[in-house]
Every structure is written in C-alpha cells, then in structure tokens.
Write a protein that binds this ligand. Structure first.
Ligand SMILES: [Zn+2]
Length: 110
C-alpha cells in the first residue's frame, strides 16, 4: 500500500495527520515550519549530504497555517500566514520528522 494521509486536520497549533497505515502523527506548526524542506529555508543537503540551514528570520505569522494542499499524491504543501508556501513536505519526510521528534534523544533539541 502506498503511504498517504487518510485525514489531515489542524488542531490548535498542531497539524494532525492520520496515515493510511493506521498511525497518527502530530506536528507542532513551529517545528514544522523550521523544518521546511524548501531550498530557501536551507533544506537541501550539500554534496557531502550535510544540511546547513541559513539564518532564516521568522515572524509570529510564520508559524500560523493559512492552509495546505496535497501535491501529486506524495506531499503536503502548507501555505503559511506569512505567505511562504514553497516547502513540499513529502509523506516520507513527515514520517521521518515524526520518528525523530518522538525519539527521547531529541527532546532537548529545538
Ligand atoms: Zn521554506
């Protein structure tokens, strides 16, 4: 079965995704925005595979979601309240973020 969301809901400051494999993920909007995978936010790894994020300045509205759409059956494209919408969060990427953020080793990381 191809991985995909069976429902996506905005609950308070979290994006709640129910996957078709039965799992559920909750993404804090602020963390989600900071993990934006678009080139402008520095989500592209360099040739060594390192991802070095440039200093991106955020406003309060950067962490508010205006809406989102599904793209090509493989990704979610959020539109943030500050107008930024070039980040494509593939389902795989979201699953990986969820797993990373759940792991206790990363709880101190912002
Ligand atoms: Zn971005």
């Amino acid at each position: 079965m191809k991985l995909g969301p069976s429902s996506i809901e905005l609950i308070g400051n979290e994006l709640a995704i129910k996957w078709n494999d039965g799992e559920e993920s909750y993404f804090l909007l602020e963390r989600l925005r900071r993990a934006c995978p678009c080139a402008a936010c520095g989500g592209e790894p360099d040739v060594m595979g390192r991802v070095e994020r440039p200093l991106v300045s955020y406003a309060a509205s950067s962490f508010l979601l205006r809406g989102f759409q599904l793209v090509g059956g493989y990704a979610i494209q959020p539109t943030w309240a500050d107008g930024h919408s070039s980040g494509l969060y593939s389902f795989q990427y979201l699953k990986r973020l969820d797993a990373e953020w759940r792991s206790p080793a990363n709880t101190s990381e912002k």
